[in-house]
Design a protein. Structure first.
Length: 352
């Protein structure tokens, strides 16, 4: 009995006291590195939420694989961004790995986003991926989506670097400029801030074309337009993966936190869809390429998302000036009690 009462007391302290407390849970999105596109996309989403008095914390991460696990296992983390090829890897190998199986079981889609170009920055004398044989190549931090994609590409083409270095993109660029490595992979939506600073000498370094037929078949063929970066004067044929906004399979009836998390996902689904034009106008350029219909195969959209994008979804926007704007569903008009009595008495006399 004492243990039961103690447990009840702990739960009372940890869980919300009622429906009004649901919004007091932190709201978090896991993105990527400080110089990547994911973090800017997260900041754009946080900005439209802030306009309505909602705080979304934007967290850096090692990338897609960490984010897939985080939306399931990390406390107060309702949203994350990941690469579509990482999702495909999880789906394909879940039967062989219990960790992947757990992730696959709980992951749900919020929205498909944009294509992320696969950048391979290399010394000028290296002309294609085959030229990385016997070279020192940074494939990305262990456990990141960048590392997974780089490894897949090298393995598909049977390229054997002399060493696969595990550095983040910023450290990879520094190592390349110093001559410590020969090339590095970076999966990021163009334009990538890391390559836009102007400290890359176009006479010494360039982006490798990715025109091999096997890559063109398995990934999305695309181009990095001429002049996207200061060092890159000509268009480059590359391939891309899709960035996807993820969440977990929240069950509102399970407990107060899951109900709050589902409402958070619904609210952000509503905000992104209702303010997509604003995001395209003021956010990262990749918002202009977002195709909300390009769902990754084999995955299910969250039921909480379906709530948020339903016609008439109710959302209260708390403006910085203190005003509250009711969006979505219009509140039902309240019939005065006197009018209700009137209708009842008239109907009693004449029939209704």
């Amino acid at each position: 009995m004492i243990r039961t009462l103690a447990l009840a007391l702990c739960l009372a302290l940890l869980l919300p006291a009622g429906p009004g407390r649901a919004q007091e849970y932190d709201m978090n999105i896991v993105t990527g590195g400080a110089s990547g596109t994911y973090i800017q996309i997260g900041k754009d989403i946080a900005a439209i939420a802030a306009e309505c008095g909602v705080t979304l914390k934007v967290n850096e991460s090692a990338g897609s694989i960490e984010n897939v696990m985080a939306v399931r296992d990390r406390p107060r983390t309702q949203l994350g961004i990941a690469q579509s090829d990482v999702l495909e890897y999880v789906r394909t190998f879940q039967s062989e790995d219990p960790v992947l199986a757990r992730a696959a079981k709980g992951i749900r889609i919020v929205f498909p986003l944009y294509d992320e170009e696969i950048h391979v920055l290399a010394k000028k004398e290296i002309t294609d991926l085959q030229g990385l044989n016997g070279k020192k190549v940074s494939t990305g931090v262990e456990g990141s989506g960048n590392s997974l994609t780089a490894s897949l590409l090298l393995d598909l083409l049977k390229v054997q670097p002399a060493e696969r270095v595990k550095l983040n993109p910023a450290d990879s660029l520094a190592a390349l400029l110093k001559g410590d490595i020969d090339a590095f992979f970076y999966v990021v939506g163009a334009p990538a801030a890391l390559f836009s600073k102007g400290d890359i000498d176009g006479q010494r370094f360039h982006l490798l074309p990715l025109k091999e037929s096997v890559l063109q078949e398995l990934y999305t063929p695309t181009k990095i337009a001429a002049g996207t970066y200061p060092f890159q004067q000509d268009p480059v044929d590359v391939v891309a993966v899709k960035a996807v906004l993820l969440t977990y399979d929240w069950t509102p009836k399970r407990n107060a936190y899951q109900a709050s998390a589902c409402r958070t996902v619904a609210d952000f689904s509503y905000l992104i869809l209702s303010r997509l034009d604003q995001l395209r106008e003021k956010g990262h350029p990749k918002w202009k390429a977002v195709d909300l219909t390009a769902l990754p195969p084999g995955w299910t959209v969250s039921s909480c998302v379906l709530d948020g994008i339903a016609p008439g979804y109710s959302f209260s926007c708390h403006k910085p000036d203190g005003t509250v704007v009711a969006e979505g569903a219009k509140p039902a008009a309240q019939t005065p009690e006197a009018n209700q009595i009137y209708v009842q008495r008239v109907c009693a006399r004449i029939g209704c």
